[in-house]
Design a protein around this ligand. Structure first.
Ligand SMILES: *Cc1c(COP(=O)(O)O)cnc(C)c1O
Length: 464
């Protein structure tokens, strides 16, 4: 083997001894050992044993232009030599920050012409939480401070961002949510829609926003935050009736809308932003992940002319050492250049996206797949023992999903599970031939999961 590293077992032992993994049961992982990824190119990862894995998740929804682009490494090296770091706190700025801010103002829709740079998506939502409160305070309405968000939304992992999120498993740990945040139910028709049509259900769930505003008091609500399509929650695509009704309610009560585009932004939904795909017209937009295709950490809060005007009227006592890090900014700018020059978003919208959609939706014919959902290049399937009643499995939620994920991994495909939903979000540069391979491996994994679930006596629906 040409790799200049320790044998896999030794790497695993050191990892187990010293490395605490995010969102992981450490003891469980350490007894079996982590799979060690040593390199990546295009849509493929290579592990420490030299095996190639098709990355159906683009890392963590972020590697939009694919792995290993030489130009990105060149730009990073050049920027490090020229200006490796400087801050933008004390009345200074630098070309990478300036050019990236201007480029973002050009590609982000509407009048979101201003950006506050952050280190990540979580940081960005913490910025947003403080900024909307500062905005209303500066307008003489400091009591407008509650932010409404959704159960099973994901907005990051810091105290603020995880509180905005609606992941109950996260709230159970560390005293979350913090005060001043209220949650409404998600538009997940498959699991929660009961006997309603998707359209009826979408309207009902959107109207919960209005009910919540009235319950809290319109004069106390600062903002509503939501992902255009819930990503980590399981790629939940709302019914068509949902977003127009949400928009109507936000307009009626004059509440700021934060669209969390950390996943949906930068081409994922087949347009530059999910806000365009669903006509959301937000006041603030959270960006990260695809902004740099994950080559370096960087995030941002894009804000409207009006929000910028108000926030600029006083000192916003907020910022991170790495806000507008010059190397990260230069790399993000190069990422956007590549996306524009190579027309990556157009290709997703008019060629590879529809190609994947046809094959993905055909998975719904598999005996254990209920619905198949896809927007651009984010997609999900619901596993079920009974399609007609949209039943859950009798086994604990996530048991079957985990089996399926393991069968995918064994077939050299990264596909994630959220409960018993399987999700993908491949690099946007995935080719038709690579889509064929992804679908072939997914089918094989589904077949193997089906066999295993039957063999273990788990082909049984939960009591409704
Ligand atoms: C990943 C994610 C975040 C958090 O971003 P980090 O860079 O992990 O802090 C926030 N919102 C959404 C929608 C995400 O998917």
């Amino acid at each position: 083997m040409s790799e200049n590293h320790l044998p896999t077992a030794e790497l695993q032992a050191l990892d187990a001894a010293h490395h605490l993994h995010p969102f992981t049961d450490g003891d469980e992982l350490n007894t079996k050992g982590a799979r060690i990824i040593t390199r990546a190119h295009g849509v493929y990862l290579t592990d420490s044993d030299g095996i190639e894995i098709l990355d159906g998740m683009a890392g963590l929804w972020c590697v939009n232009i694919g792995y290993g682009r030489e130009e990105m490494a060149e730009v990073a090296a050049r920027q490090m030599r020229q200006l490796s770091f400087y801050n933008t706190f004390f009345q200074t700025s630098h070309p990478p920050a300036i050019h990236l801010a201007a480029k973002l103002a050009e590609i982000v829709p509407g009048d979101l012409n201003h950006v506050f740079f952050n280190g990540s998506g979580s940081d960005s939502n913490d910025t947003n939480l403080r900024m909307v409160r500062v905005y209303w305070a500066l307008k003489g309405k400091p009591e407008k401070s509650v932010v409404i968000s959704r159960w099973n939304g994901y907005h990051g992992s810091t105290m603020g961002a995880a509180s905005l999120g609606g992941m109950k498993g996260m709230h159970k740990q560390g005293g979350l949510p913090i005060p001043g945040i209220a949650h409404i139910n998600q538009p997940d028709w498959w699991s929660e829609g009961g006997d309603m049509t998707p359209e009826e259900f979408g309207l009902m769930r959107a109207r919960e926003l209005e009910e919540k505003i009235l319950e809290i008091g319109e004069d106390k609500v600062a903002a509503f935050i939501a992902e255009p399509v819930q990503g980590a929650g399981g790629v939940i695509v709302p019914p068509d009736s949902y977003w127009p009704e949400i928009r109507r309610i936000l307009d009626k009560y004059g509440i700021l809308f934060i669209a969390d585009e950390v996943i949906c932004g930068f081409g994922r939904t087949g347009n530059w932003f999910g806000s365009q795909t669903f006509d959301l017209r937000p006041d603030i937009m959270t960006i990260a992940k695809g902004l740099s295709s994950g080559y370096l950490p960087i995030g941002g809060s894009m804000v409207s002319d009006e929000v910028a005007r108000v926030v600029n009227s006083d000192e916003f006592a907020h910022g991170y050492t790495y806000s507008a890090h010059p190397v990260a900014a230069a790399v993000a700018l190069e990422n956007l250049r590549i996306m524009q020059d190579e027309k990556i978003v157009d290709t997703v919208r008019s060629d590879t996206g529809p190609y994947l959609k046809a094959k993905w939706e055909a998975l719904a014919k598999h005996p254990m797949v209920g619905e198949a959902k896809i927007v651009g290049m984010m997609a999900s399937i619901a596993l079920t023992p009974d399609k007609a009643s949209r039943a859950k499995f009798a086994a604990k939620e996530g048991t079957v999903g985990l089996i399926c994920r393991e069968r995918c991994f064994a077939n050299n495909l990264v596909m994630r599970h959220v409960g018993d939903r399987m999700i993908i979000s491949p690099p946007l540069v995935i080719s038709r031939a690579e889509i064929d391979l992804l679908i072939e491996r997914a089918r094989k994994a589904l077949d193997e999961t089906y066999e295993k679930v039957q063999a273990q006596g788990m082909w049984e629906a939960a009591q409704a």
